[in-house]
Structures are given as structure tokens and as C-alpha cells.
Design a protein around this ligand. Sequence first.
Ligand code: URA
Length: 196
Amino acid sequence: MSDNKLNQLEELKKNCLSCEKCGLCKGRHHVVFGVGAADAEVMFIGEGPGEQEDLKGEPFVGKAGILLDKMLTAIDLDRNKNIYIANIVKCRPPQNRDPQSEEQENCIPWLRRQFSVIRPKIIVCLGRIAATKIIRPDFRITREHGQFFNKNGVIMTAILHPAALLRYPENKPAAFEDFLRLQDKIKEVCEHTYLP
Ligand code: URA
């Protein structure tokens, strides 16, 4: 089953790497497809690659990514073992601006296909852009982060974006609370995330 998912993801990635559906392809060094376990029960979704991600071809490998990895480790999650991480747009927006809605619309089919292969039980949106695209267009990240929503049988939540936590470190305790609640939710609904 998992081998099959891996093959499907590899095939999808191969196609995605040559995508030219929007103007973001012009400035990219790498398409940042996603990273993690093909059979992950928990999928994290960010907004789009920054400079380091564009250079390395992997999501969340800059300063925000280091913080994200620390928070993941604190609740026994690991991008190389039991989760999957992807972005709304796969190519870096210039000067790290927000991805425009047309760019998001053009790119989201790749994420939908990743979702269809992986079939996670829980989706964690990292920040406002992912939350408004995935959970609800009028999602208010400052008010609603850490809450759980059920959308067509998939549990969804949003947490503050790690880059925002670097800018406003006073929000780190609230984000950590959200991570602890996420850990409880994983224990409640996931079967193999925390198995050795
Ligand atoms: N911010 C994101 O939203 N995604 C990344 O991959 C890196 C930074």
C-alpha cells in the first residue's frame, strides 16, 4: 500500500517539476513539491517556498523551518518519518510576497493530488494563507488558530506560521499550546503516527 503511494507521489512529483501553469515558474531555482511519508496521517501545509526552500527544493528549510522542526520534535513528529509537509504554491513568489489568488488556483491541483494519494486524517495549515485557502476563505488566524474543524471527514486546524512566530516571539507559548492539542488529537484519531 505504502509502496504504491510512494510510486504515485514520485510520478506526481515528476510531472509537477516541469509545471509552467503560472508566472512563478520563471523565477524559480527549484519546484518545492513536498517532503515526508507517503502514508502520513498528518499533513502540514504552508503558503509557499522562501529563498532557502527555492534553493534547496524542500519546504521549510530556512529559519522558520528550523523553528517548525523544533516544535514538531517536541510532539514526536518528524518530516522524515511520520508526517508530510507541502505548500499551497510550489514555486517561490518574488521577494516572498503572498501568492496571488490566481497563482494559488493554478497550483492547488498539485496539492489536491498529493492529498488524494496520501489521504491524511489531519491537515494542519501553517498560517493565514493556507488556512483561508484550505479551511474557509474568511478564516481568522488570530482568533481561530488551534481550533479543530471537520471538513468532509478530514480534521483540519491552523496554527500560527513559524515565520510569524519569529517576528512575534511573544506568541510562541500559544503556538506551543496548539501543538500539544494537536498531539492529543493525533493520539485520538491516528493509528500509526506514534507507533515505533
Ligand atoms: N514558508 C512557507 O510557507 N513555506 C515554506 O516552505 C517556507 C516558508
